[in-house]
Design a protein around this ligand. Structure first.
Ligand code: ATP
Length: 265
């Protein structure tokens, strides 16, 4: 069982940046998605990424983790530029983060335990028994019962699949966790429980978390700062700072009915 403790990672202005995005430009044909986006994520913080539909949140995430090459600009993760590093350096960096995509992105032909073991087999030389034991520990860390180890993704509920995806993302003890809409499709109770799990894991393991979300409750529950994609640029601040922002979209987002409801909770 994970012990929850106070958030002791100093997430002050002096914490070391683990992700640095400078002057990012993204174009698809004539469409400009990002035009000079700057973002710094500090070690130990939970950074929410919000914005209207199609503003480029998922694209930004893919550019940070090296799945999509930006048109221009610089992206550094843990001091490595993903687009100039050689393949060995890229592999080393990739093993220091975990990603949970929206649907969990599990291999449907593998059991939950086998899914968690994929990265352990690929990136470590541990023996098979130890790999199995580590997979079992990760599955228990995300609150899944032991019998889910041998189940296939199709035999799990949506919330359980997300937890299984999270166990897989945690397989290599990452320093950074990337989450793309982790609570999408969950009912409010399931979403709150998932937020709590992320918060507990983040504090216990000292993770840095970057979370794309539409869920205002998640922002209030676990984020230290929020990056808002608007007008092809990014505005970063704490919730209090963004509540005082006068940009019409940011104002409406945080002061609209859902924003007000999230404050009350
Ligand atoms: N590979 C691609 N080729 C061309 N256009 C793309 C590609 N990937 C994304 N886009 C476009 O870039 C824009 C931003 O997409 P993205 O998926 O990042 O939006 P989003 O902010 O995550 O939206 P949502 O909240 O609806 O998921 C969209 O207009 C999308 O159609």
């Amino acid at each position: 069982m994970i012990q929850d403790g106070p958030k002791d990672m100093a997430v002050g202005n002096n914490a070391e940046p683990v992700i640095q995005v400078h002057g990012l430009v993204t174009r698809f044909g004539r469409q400009t998605v990002h035009e000079g986006v700057d973002l710094e994520v500090r070690r130990g913080e939970v950074m929410g990424v919000v914005g209207g539909s199609g503003t480029g949140k998922s694209v930004l995430l893919k550019e940070i983790i090296g799945l999509l090459r930006p048109t221009a600009g610089r992206v550094e993760v843990l001091g490595t530029n993903m687009w100039t590093a050689d393949s060995a350096a890229r592999r080393r960096i990739q093993s220091r983060w975990g990603v949970l995509f929206q649907d969990g992105a599990l291999f449907s032909s593998m059991t939950v335990a086998e899914n968690v073991m994929v990265a352990l087999k690929e990136h470590t030389h541990l023996d098979a028994c130890l790999i199995q034991e580590l997979a079992r520990i990760k599955i228990s860390m995300v609150g899944l019962p032991p019998d889910s180890c041998s189940k296939y993704p199709s035999q799990l509920s949506g919330g359980m699949r997300k937890r299984a995806g999270l166990a897989r993302a945690l397989a290599l003890d990452p320093e950074i966790l990337f989450l793309d809409e982790p609570t999408a499709g969950l009912d409010p109770i399931g979403a709150a429980a998932f937020d709590e799990l992320i918060g507990t894991l983040q504090r216990s393991l000292g993770l840095t978390v970057v979370m794309v979300t539409h869920d205002l409750d998640s922002l209030y529950a676990i984020c230290d700062r929020i990056a808002v994609l608007v007008d092809r640029k990014i505005t970063v601040g704490t919730i209090d700072m963004l509540l005082a922002d006068t940009h019409p979209w940011i104002h409406d987002y945080f002061h609209g009915p859902r924003g007000r409801a999230a404050v009350k909770r």
